[in-house]
Structure formats: C-alpha cells, structure tokens
Design a protein around this ligand. Structure first.
Ligand code: PLP
Ligand code: COI
Length: 371
C-alpha cells in the first residue's frame, strides 16, 4: 500500500550570539575533525505513548543531565555519520541520507529504542544545514560539514528495561582529513587480545558501546605506533572484519584484471554506506567485487606473492585511506611499499568526484539540501 510521507514542522529558534564571520573563516581554514561545532542543533523528543514530538532547531548548547538518567547506567545510545558538501555553484548536497536513516532505524531496533522516521531524519539534516549553511566549507577542497545524528535514553531510574523516553539530536562539525597525516598510508594494529563484536552481538549497529569497547584496543594500537585497530572475528580470531571506524577493502590484481575484496557482512561488522557505494563504483570502473571471508593468513601470503597489491580503509569520516602496514603480535608486513595505490586513489577520486559534484551522479546518490 502506498503511504504518504509524514513531514513534521520544526520550531526554529535562531542563535542570538553565533560565531563571528571572522572566527568561522579561521575555523573553516583548518577544521581538523570533530573539534568545532556550528551555531545550532536539532532536537526531537520521544515519549512512549506520545511518540516523537517537539521538533526544534535551537542554538548549540549543553544539556543538563539527571544522575539517574538511564543512558549513564545502561547505555542506550546510537549515532550516525554523514557529510554535507558544497558544490561549485554554491548549492549544498548530502550523500545517500536515506541509507543512514535506515541504518539508524536498524540500530534503534537492535538496542530496543524507538525508530525515528526517515522523513524526520532527513528533514532534520535539511533544517540544520539550511540555518548553518555558512559553516559548509567552500567547494574545491576536501573539506565538508560532518553531520552527527544521535539518540539516547532520557528516562531517569535504575530499573533495567528499555527506556520510555529518548532524545534525538543532530549536531554538525566542519571536517577536513580524519587522520592527522592526511591521505597518507596508515599503519593498523591487528588485535588478537580483544574482539569488537560477536555473532548475535551489537557489531552491526552503530551503537555507542561498540566504540567504548574498542578503546582499550585503540590504546594498545597507539602504544604500538599504529593509527587504527584492525578487528578479527570473535570465534576463529583469524577472519578480517573491519577497523574501529571504517570498513576495509583489498585490491587483487592480475594484469589488467582488478578485483576488490571486502569482508562479507557477517552480522558483526557495520554495514558501511561507503563500503556499499564503493562496490558500485568498483563495478562502474570495470573491476570485479568479491565479498567473502578473508583471513589474515591469506592476506599476508597473497601480499607476499604480489597477488594482493593494495589495501585501504573506507568510511564517511575517513573517506578512503590507504593502509601501508599491518602490524600484530606476530610481526608486520607492508603493502605496495607503503605507498598510496593506483586503484585505491582511482576509487577515491571517483567517489569524492561524485560527492563534490565534479563527476555525474549516475546512481542518484546526492540529495540537495540548499539550492
Ligand atoms: N565501521 C565502523 C565501525 C564505523 O564506525 C564506520 C563509520 O561510520 C564504518 C564502518 C563505515 O561506515 P560508513 O561508510 O557508513 O561511514
Ligand atoms: C563515521 O565515519 O561517520 C564514523 O562514525 C567513524 C568514526 C568517527 C566513529
């Protein structure tokens, strides 16, 4: 049955003391990642029996938290990540927001949280980007506006049960390269000590606790001089899953034949929207795509024989970043002499070309937010 989309009205309360033009320009010249926030945020409340209500755009500000707030104790909290890009004609677009809306719903279902409608999710993005359009960096560079939708329990009480009250919030942060070294090949630490997710667990949800659980391993990676953790599966401790905040892909090359190998969605790794998009980009570029189990042993052996020629991380924040070195308790090996690979960079320029409006959007992935 065809159902009409339900759009809500957002109450707009503009900030009385936005960041000055001069200060904002300084920030946009070197935004880093996740350090500065725009003048406004979107907030929507949920209460069981009443549903989602009080849709509003308000000045960016702090929340006050009751010490018995259930999220502080039992951790019902999920989030998303996507970006807004300015095109050379001044318009602002985002990339596949409905896919993020759907994953947000799936994460909510896994964490016994209410689903926010896709319309509310996408409309919240439209409202925030409209009012904070001056925060979207200029066209022609890598910089864009990172959007962070999230939802958390707001009921107070210590009984262990799904909360009956939640808050959805959208904040935005101008962003440059995710890794401090820019788009240089990174070193990953293959974690044998810890696991990120297990069958039946929460790994496929964008659940805050997954990230909390990853931090001890990230500290271990830091101590080893590595940029990120590469996670293995919980059972065999051999199958490659993903990185702390990115999926992974490998390039297999035999003359002109190129195959992109990526770990199959096992139920414990996050179904990345960049990963999904790159499967299509790869096919458009004439490459084959092989989603399957790939072990550390296979990776090391076939990097050694020269069959696997490149490795890269992919995700919204990181875009595509080459991986140069794999390090673990068993030693280390490098891929492509620790240099950015040709296929990796071709995939990157194609994806970012579409996102930044420099290549045709043949798959209808872009949604215009501001004309
Ligand atoms: N895996 C994890 C654990 C992530 O946090 C992310 C980032 O969102 C990804 C993969 C990549 O997902 P996406 O491409 O949708 O950003
Ligand atoms: C993203 O790419 O949007 C992420 O959420 C990754 C990380 C910053 C947690």
């Amino acid at each position: 049955m065809f159902t009409m989309a339900q759009h809500s009205t957002f109450d707009i309360q503009p900030s009385k003391n936005p960041v000055s033009d001069e200060e904002r320009k300084k920030i946009l010249d070197a935004p880093g990642f996740g350090q500065y926030f725009t003048d406004h945020m979107v907030v929507i409340d949920y209460e069981q029996g009443k549903g989602w209500h009080n849709h509003r755009v308000v000045p960016y500000s702090e929340f006050s938290v009751n010490p018995a707030n259930m999220v502080l104790h039992y951790g019902q909290a999920i989030f998303e990540g996507l970006k807004a890009y300015r095109h050379s004609d001044g318009s602002i677009v985002t990339f596949r927001p409905e896919a993020n809306a759907e994953r947000f719903q799936n994460s909510a279902a896994r964490m016994a949280m209410p689903k926010l409608s896709k319309e509310d999710f996408v409309d919240s993005i439209r409202e925030l980007v409209k009012i904070d359009a001056a925060w979207v960096p200029k066209a022609g560079g890598e910089e864009c506006l990172y959007l962070r939708p999230f939802m958390f329990a707001t009921e107070n009480g210590l009984g262990v049960h799904p909360a009956h009250k939640f808050t959805y919030v959208l904040i935005a942060s101008p962003a440059g390269a995710y890794f401090s070294g820019g788009i240089e090949p990174v070193t990953v630490w293959v974690s044998h000590e810890y696991v990120r997710a297990c069958p039946g667990g929460t790994g496929a949800a964008k659940f805050a606790g997954n990230y909390a659980a990853s931090l001890a391993a990230q500290e271990a990676a830091d101590k080893e001089g590595c940029d990120q953790v590469l996670w293995l599966d919980a059972i065999e401790r051999e199958n490659i899953e993903e990185m702390g905040g990115m999926n992974v892909m490998f390039v297999e090359r035999d003359g002109d034949d190129v195959t992109i190998i990526t770990p199959a969605l096992s139920g414990s790794l996050l179904p990345g929207i960049t990963r999904d998009s790159l499967k299509t980009v790869a096919k458009d570029l004439g490459y084959s795509v092989d989603e399957r189990v790939i072990t550390m042993k296979e990776l090391e052996e076939r990097v050694g024989t020269g069959e696997i020629t490149e490795a890269f991380a992919c995700g919204t924040a990181a875009v595509i970043n080459p991986i140069g070195t794999f390090k673990s308790r068993d030693g280390e090996f490098t891929v492509n002499n620790c240099e950015s690979g040709e296929i990796t960079m071709k995939m990157r320029s194609t994806l970012t070309g579409i996102q930044h409006g420099e290549l045709p959007d043949t798959h209808d992935w872009l949604a215009t937010l501001v004309d």
